[in-house]
Design a binder for this molecule. Structure first.
Ligand SMILES: C[S@@+](CC[C@H](N)C(=O)[O-])C[C@H]1O[C@@H](n2cnc3c(N)ncnc32)[C@H](O)[C@@H]1O
Length: 198
């Protein structure tokens, strides 16, 4: 187990240290099946934003499906890892802080994986507010939500009612299903959900 100087996951340096030391237990190394199913079933491509993308395997997958996708991460080491992994799609990854990033064109899908649970629960209202600000009415928030009574993290988990209370003011849930191909850190504790912006 490597040792780290930074303990605050709200700081980019926390994540940079872990990428630099190749300690990334959240990294799936590929594209989850539920996202593949979502893309296969989609009526049209979505202009997609991936906040806190990490290595960002989904960028290549969505790009190859013809989707307009931009991925952001505030850790330069994460951006480097993604750009190294993504080959021709590297330019679709931008170093930016989710809380201040303004997309150059409107997005109608935000993809969530291990970003909400990367930050302490105290930051969740800010994340939900920004999700809602970035999406137009009818826009979708789709991805993986980590459910656990885990106030200490990362990953920081929540109870289903907590996530529901966070999102329901601005979103309506339109899908919720078990995940069958989780990596160990999330196994049995994550669900694929899709929420539509009110
Ligand atoms: C647990 S990792 C998940 C990475 C990726 N989504 C995945 O599924 O592998 C969380 C990522 O969110 C990024 N992050 C945390 N806070 C951020 C912020 N305010 N703006 C942009 N990225 C952020 C971190 O740098 C880190 O790469």
């Amino acid at each position: 187990m490597p040792t780290f100087d930074t303990r605050d996951p709200t700081q980019a340096q926390f994540w940079t240290e872990r990428f630099d030391q190749r300690f990334t237990p959240w990294d799936r190394g590929g594209v989850p099946q539920a996202l593949q199913d979502f893309v296969a079933a989609a009526a049209r491509p979505h202009v997609t934003l991936i906040p806190g993308c990490g290595t960002g395997y989904e960028v290549a997958f969505l790009s190859e499906a013809g989707w307009d996708v931009t991925a952001i991460d505030f850790s330069p080491a994460a951006v480097s890892a993604a750009q190294a992994a993504l080959g021709p799609w590297a330019s679709r990854v931008v170093e930016a802080d989710f809380f201040t990033y303004v997309p150059p064109r409107p997005v109608d899908l935000i993809y969530e994986r291990a970003f909400l649970c990367a930050l302490p629960r105290a930051k969740w209202p800010d994340i939900a507010r920004r999700w809602a600000e970035l999406l137009p009415a009818g826009g979708l928030l789709a991805g993986f939500f980590y459910f656990d009574n885990a106030p200490k993290g990362p990953p920081f988990g929540g109870e289903p009612e907590q996530v529901r209370a966070l999102l329901e003011p601005d979103f309506v849930q339109i899908d919720d299903r078990a995940v069958t191909d989780s990596i160990p850190v999330f196994a049995g504790k994550e669900r694929w959900q899709v929420w539509r912006r009110r």
